[in-house]
Design a protein around this ligand. Structure first.
Ligand SMILES: Cc1ncc(COP(=O)(O)O)c(C=O)c1O
Length: 432
């Protein structure tokens, strides 16, 4: 047994990595478990513990860990080289497959992360419209670049303020933050800004403040109002892409934006993302146009091979994969809802496709402000008890849980049992 190996590793890590981690979401008290290996639905820690994983690398692993076909394809590619700095046939066939799968993607460019994808999509929209300002929504996360790291202020329709040190006010002055699901607030902002908005960027389903679903017709309203005011509508589908359906939220809600960003699932577990959309916008990207964008690792053959492999699988098996994921997710949602009721825990549970989350609050959650009313202490108790029961979920109330095709009936049974124990403990600690 290696009971304390994670603790020891964390102490070492803190000396060389800020907070002991390479991305802040991975840190939780007293210390995160360190992963030794993973397979299918499970992660195995350095302490010899096993977890059923509902984080799935923050949604990236739709087919679970170490999916054999992807591992095999990548191994074959590695033997032929990992990076060329020159184009390959693989990039072309992969881009063709993305364009076929994602409704708005007439043209696209491959990049390495979701952050890069949204940054370049916004630049493309600004270049195309010749305008500076963008609108984003409270609680939407579009990666960690300067333009979009603006949190909800009290005056949601006024100019945003940076929520990270190191971002100049001059940058975020051009980012306007509006509450999600609020038709009037957006309408007023568009009117006030009088054709000065280059782009409206949105997570079609909010999955970075827990899980928040769009109100009926909200996404088609976004389409209409952006079109009325000549702004580019960007769906950030880094999470919803290939999760809600093969064609993401665009297919699920039947709304086609001007541009979209894809990532996570698209890379088959490797660093890869894409931005794209209408040809008339994408044709402004260098070298054909004057919007500059470049990347040493963009479209590298290893990531492109992993992505091409998973997209082929999803195209072939979509009629089997998506209904099964949804059915399993509905089962987990029902179990959580029933347990919360049984233990008299005030909670809201939401799900869509293979995403679900519980909020510890008595009111429905329709936007960021509602989500922030949740009892995060209760969530922490729930999270730690699940962990004790061998179930790993993202450690924050303001994340979302993800299923994969690797989760088995036995996994679900174990999880449902763990939910009940975790909610029982949460209820007891709340009243004590
Ligand atoms: C909706 C959304 N957009 C963009 C990003 C940034 O992606 P990456 O972490 O690959 O830079 C994320 C990451 O979680 C995301 O959830």
């Amino acid at each position: 047994m290696n009971e304390n190996k994670s603790k020891t590793l964390f102490e070492r890590a803190k000396k060389v990595l800020p907070g002991g981690v390479n991305s802040p979401v991975r840190a939780f008290a007293p210390y995160p478990f360190f992963v030794e290996h993973a397979q299918g639905s499970k992660m195995y820690s350095a302490d010899d513990t096993t977890y059923i994983d509902y984080c799935m690398a923050y949604g990236a692993l739709l087919l679970g860990h170490a999916y054999p076909d992807i591992a095999e394809a990548v191994k074959n590619q590695l033997a032929k080289g990992s990076l060329y700095g020159a184009p390959t046939e693989r990039e072309v066939e992969f881009a063709e497959l993305i364009a076929k799968s994602s409704p708005c993607m007439e043209m696209l460019r491959l990049v390495n992360s979701g952050t890069e994808a949204t940054m370049h999509a916004i630049r493309a929209a600004r270049g195309y419209t010749g305008r500076k300002k963008i609108i984003k929504f409270e609680g939407c996360f579009h990666g960690s670049h300067d333009n979009v790291l603006v949190k909800a202020g009290s005056g949601a329709t006024t100019f945003g303020a940076p929520n990270s040190l190191g971002i100049p006010e001059e940058t975020t002055r051009n980012t306007i933050v509006v509450p999600y699901n609020d038709f009037e607030a957006l309408e007023e902002t568009m009117k006030r800004e009088d054709n000065d908005i280059a782009a409206v960027i949105v997570e079609p389903v909010l999955a970075n403040v827990g899980l928040i679903l769009p109100k009926k017709d909200y996404l088609s309203y976004l389409k209409k109002i952006t079109s009325d005011y000549g702004a580019v509508l960007i769906f950030d589908e880094i999470i919803t892409g290939f999760r809600l359906a093969l064609g993401g939220a665009q297919e699920y809600f039947k709304v086609k934006p001007d541009m979209a960003t894809l990532g996570k699932v698209l890379g088959g577990g490797f660093p890869l993302a894409a931005f794209g959309g209408k040809k008339e916008i994408m044709q402004n990207i260098s070298p054909v146009g004057k919007v500059y964008q470049a990347g040493t690792f963009s479209g590298n053959p290893v990531s492109a091979t992993a992505g091409f492999t998973i997209l082929n699988i999803l195209n072939k098996k979509k009629n089997e994969i998506y209904p099964k994921l949804e059915k399993n997710c509905v089962e987990l949602k029902k179990a959580l809802t029933d347990s919360a009721k049984a233990h008299k825990v005030q909670a809201q549970v939401y799900n869509i496709a293979s995403l679900y989350q519980i909020f510890f609050t008595k009111e429905p959650v329709t936007d960021y402000a509602c989500a922030k009313l949740s009892d995060t202490q209760m969530f922490t108790t729930y999270f730690h008890e699940l962990l004790r029961q061998g179930v790993f979920i993202p450690p924050s109330q303001f994340e979302t849980c993800f299923l994969s095709t690797a989760h088995t009936e036995d996994d679900l049974k174990h999880t449902i049992n763990a939910f009940d124990k975790a909610l029982s403990k949460t209820a007891k600690e709340k009243t004590s």
